[in-house]
Design a protein around this ligand. Sequence first.
Ligand SMILES: Cc1cc2nc3c(=O)[nH]c(=O)nc-3n(C[C@H](O)[C@H](O)[C@H](O)COP(=O)(O)OP(=O)(O)OC[C@H]3O[C@@H](n4cnc5c(N)ncnc54)[C@H](O)[C@@H]3O)c2cc1C
Length: 389
Amino acid sequence: MIKKYDVIIIGAGPAGSSAAYLLANKGFKVVLIDKSKFPRDKLCAGGLSGRSKKVFEDIFGSPWDKEIIEYKSHGLAFYHKDKYLNKLDDYKPIHFIYRVDFDYYLAQKAEQAGADFVQGFDIAELDGQTNTVTGREGDQYQATYLIGADGVRSIVAKKLLSQPFDKNRYAIAMEAEIDRKDFARSVDVPEIYCGSIKWGYGWIFPKKDRLTVGIVGLYKYNPNIKKVFQDFLENDLGLSADIDMKGYYLPFGRYSKKPGKGSKLLVGDAAGLVDPVTGEGIAFAMQSGQFAAQSIIEAQNINDPESAYRFYKKKLKKITRTLSHANFVKHLIYPEFSMRLLVKGLASSRDKYSIKYYIDLLADDISYPQYIGRLIRKSGKRIFKLLVT
Ligand SMILES: Cc1cc2nc3c(=O)[nH]c(=O)nc-3n(C[C@H](O)[C@H](O)[C@H](O)COP(=O)(O)OP(=O)(O)OC[C@H]3O[C@@H](n4cnc5c(N)ncnc54)[C@H](O)[C@@H]3O)c2cc1C
């Protein structure tokens, strides 16, 4: 028998669960469908910026539970390969979670708000004319609206919007978890490693007992990502490369120019919403889920489901504007010449303002144009000196 809903949401990551929570709260009949059984893991460094915190509180109306936070730091450190550059450890907080906990926590919030959560669902067919989803067992769901929140390899984007996944447009990341005791020194703030990969960066993110070590870069420049990661572990971090590691793709600035059609909307990674400079995607996933929910509510208010995408596209500009700026800035930092300049600047910034501005940017307290403007005002003369030395 076909089960009827107002909204079908495919994918229960931060994007899908945020949308499900808001819509169910407003009385919509929502089904949240995921191929995995929860709690399930998702490859991610688990960094929650100040932007994520603000977006979370705006959606869920209260701060997140302390129990889901694994670690809280108050700064950031930069390295160039194995060389320390600079560090700030007394500024705005950055939080760290494990996605296995965080995503389950969000999905439970959606369920508590009244959404039906269908897990371990294997999609056999998607019908975009009627917004009908059919499972391998023959079970069917049909709704007025459909949200594709199924991540970077979205089948909703591919099957309903003819936007197939293309790894050459995206970034590839590799990650491993290590015990703190297996690392030579203590890590109290997230560490970013420049110069370890082409068009990308490496990281160590602190957790309570462990460290998440990873690397990300544009796939087209790093098709040999496993070797790049092994070199990073051995040469830059002094770790053994003989550890469990996993890889996955990130959209890295390549957002969809047409993230929907009529009553069908794409959110989060399915719409390509990851910042190519900071690597941040969770905040944009939750926020796009929020925008999708608001757009559906507006479309329903005027009894015109097909207008949902029009509302959504307009709201999404808040995110795509930021990602367009980030796409521009990535050309200022990732090429080798500018990377050298950046490294010199970071190493010599005595009052650590460049790290402060970066954390402000991560917190959405300043925009990219403001970030660049502040850097130029503060270090214009020094940039000139660096260019000529
Ligand atoms: C190595 C790595 C590190 C990262 N680190 C950070 C970080 O520190 N901070 C940050 O902000 N961002 C980070 N990101 C980016 C972040 O993980 C993503 O932007 C974010 O997960 C996007 O959320 P989402 O809800 O759109 O998709 P996802 O979290 O990918 O969720 C998609 C959901 O859809 C389900 N699904 C997929 N296909 C189907 C299907 N056919 N049927 C049903 N369900 C399906 C999946 O099971 C999954 O539950 C990182 C990414 C990577 C790869």
